[in-house]
Design a protein around this ligand. Sequence first.
Ligand code: CMP
Length: 851
Amino acid sequence: MSEPVLFVLIIMVLLLAVSFMMPLADRISVPATILLAVLGTALGLGSYGIGEIPDIGFAGEVVHGLLDLKLDADLILVLFLPPLLFTAGLTIDVRLVMNEMAAVLLLAIVAVFVTTAAAGWALFFVSGYVGQVGLFTCMLLGAVIATTDPAAVIAIFRDLGAPRRLTALVSGESTLNDAAAIALFAILIDAVVDRPDWNVGNVMITLTRDFIGGIAVGFIAAQITSSLLRHLFNLPLAEITVSVALAYVTYIMGDVLVDVSGVVAVVVAAMTFAVEGRSRLSPGTWEKLLQTWYQLDFWANSLIFVLAAMLATRILPSAGLDDLLFLAVLVLAAFAGRAFVLYALLPVLSTLRVTAPIGGRYKLVLLWGGLRGAITLTLAVSVSQHNMIPEEDRHFVSVLATAYVLFTLFVQAPTLKPLLRLLRLDQLNPNELALRDGVIALSKAQVRNDIEEVTRDYGFDPELAEPLYEELIKSGEALEQEVQAAETEGDGSEPPGKPAAAQMSEAAGVAVGLVALTNREKEIYLEHFQDGTISRNRVAKLITLVDGLIDRVKVDGAKGYETLTNQQINLTMRARVSLRLYRHIGWGGPLSTWIADRFERLLITQLVVRDLVRFNKRSIRPLLGPKTSAVLDGILNRRLTSLDDALAATDLQYPNFTKELRYQYLVRAALRLEHGSYQHALAESLISREVYRELERDIASRRAKVEERPTLDLGTGLVDMVSRVRVFHGLKHEDLLDVVRLLRPRLAVPGQRILRKGDKGSAMYFIAAGTVEVGLPQGAVELGAGEFVGEMALLSGKPRSANVRALTYCHLLGLSKRDFQKLLKAKPWIKEVIEKIAKDRQAINLQNKEE
Ligand code: CMP
């Protein structure tokens, strides 16, 4: 058999073996990776008997080939890294990770350096006593084991219903630390191989360059690929293939052609593609694409586990007691490094309020759950096959790294669950218990309602469904018992009481209702997405917000819900930065994007909350009762009012823009309906596939048009507003622009107080739209668009002379005291006009006082 044929056959035999390990692992309930490692070890041990295998022809050749397998270090990296990294980058929730960026970067990058250094120095120190190993070799080993595999911890966090930010933190950390560790690994390999130009300064420069270059290569490659998708005419097979090519080509381009970090490039490409590419693919294709990547990841992951265990076992005889000592040192140093980051550095970040604090129990889970997996093994195998590294060093790194992975797999992984129990993390608090029971009761009641409806619709005898209801109750009880048993397992305490929906406290009832509402909210967004009225990007953002809501309701109930929904309407960090950029350097791009994004988000949310109000009346009221439903109704209506106000403000400020956005929304809905009717016609064979394709293309091109957002011109919006104010009527366009920059737009809702009598004056307001009311002893005076208030206190330095409140939605342009003085100095005639009006007003007031 020729060598390539033999190679392919060997890989297939391994994959076949892997497939059969899966169901076995399931049956004896151990992680599949453990069985893969066992398989590899068995194969490795087999190589000792290699000479004794009788020559059994074809099969013998395969066995020999397998036991004597030699791979090239480069081949291992280029074959296995891209799928492992790309899948990780593709599946992390970029938005959630962005929110936790500081903590993620700390855990990912700083922790990699700390672990590498800690492990490297500790090993080097110990090796001084038992047999010298080079410092760089020790460091190399440190870098190899510095990456973490999040799968186990994430699975546990999901089971526990841990706050989503923790899951985001762990997955973000592990994806980025792969990149950091492998970049460091590449440099340390050079050091071990003894490049003459190697020193610490160079390393920092190289690392920074590799990182930044890698980010650029990955980002650009993914952008180009995403824009190429358009030319593939929605053919899923082609689209998915492009993503595979993207991963491999980016890796090779980064590593070989541009000489930056290929690993960083792949991760960034995947993350960019997840955001950019996703919005250009149909939801169905995206699912298929993910499936493809899971498959590739699975192959890479399992092969590497078998290969690593096999190769490590093969060189095991050369290992001695020293290695056991080294392993102990490695384990301790890795723990110490991680503990340092978790317990010393993270608290600093939370003190600086860069990240929310992480509970002590969760930290312990993060510490103990820092398992190592496929990436560490890939690096270990690649070192073991690297022919430029001295053989002893090769063995040292690959055996110890593999042993360490096995340690985390055999010791840490199985003890994670008991640790949770010990920390009582697996127990729900009374609040969560009530919530969970309420939700179960609610969904059972919902199913019952639905079945009743079906029975009625089909004209079945209502009694027919009786056994079904009984089963429903039974299954519910069984589930509850099971859950309770799991909860009390181990600590022998009494099972907690069984709060049925009827016994729930009002607060718990409201919380259950809110969870139901938030879940419904999520469903509606997805429906809108499926209807094509909102894009995937937008839906992803909205769903992240709703997820945050669910987390908050679990902790703080109704109060948390209201606080967060209010926060979601108010100014964010991004808005503040954008505003500053606009005011100080006149760059309006980010601000107009933010305004547009926000308006769209609020518009959709408004529609959805209206739906929720109906949902509450129709579906929640019968289940949770009128009292709870009324409370929910109040909460929803308050949310709706704030949304209405916020939208009215934007409408007032940018009427054309908001009109056009609303129109686009309508067009998208219409396109969806049109598409639906064509699909129907195709299914009924009223039109041919050819015609259908043609129509689909036409719809796609029209949809592309409404995907582009209308432009929002901040400048003209504000200039328009300012020019409506009488005082500024004579200004030239450039002067108007100067004034615009000094003014701060502000909205007042009907009834809102704008100035309070007796307060110190800090600003005056020009009225661009709407009507205000000045409360004077002689009666209220109304002022409308074009006029101004609050000038008197600024001119005289005395307290405010009257109360002023908004009668309608008002658009005000605020001018701070400092800017007021600046303006009056620069434009003396404005001063004159304002002073004159103030004087007249004062005169009227005085006159009235005297009368
Ligand atoms: P100030 O005194 O800073 O705060 C209250 C404001 O009400 C005042 O400035 C004027 O802008 C406005 N105001 C007071 N008196 C009158 C009036 N007679 N007519 C119109 N506006 C007035």
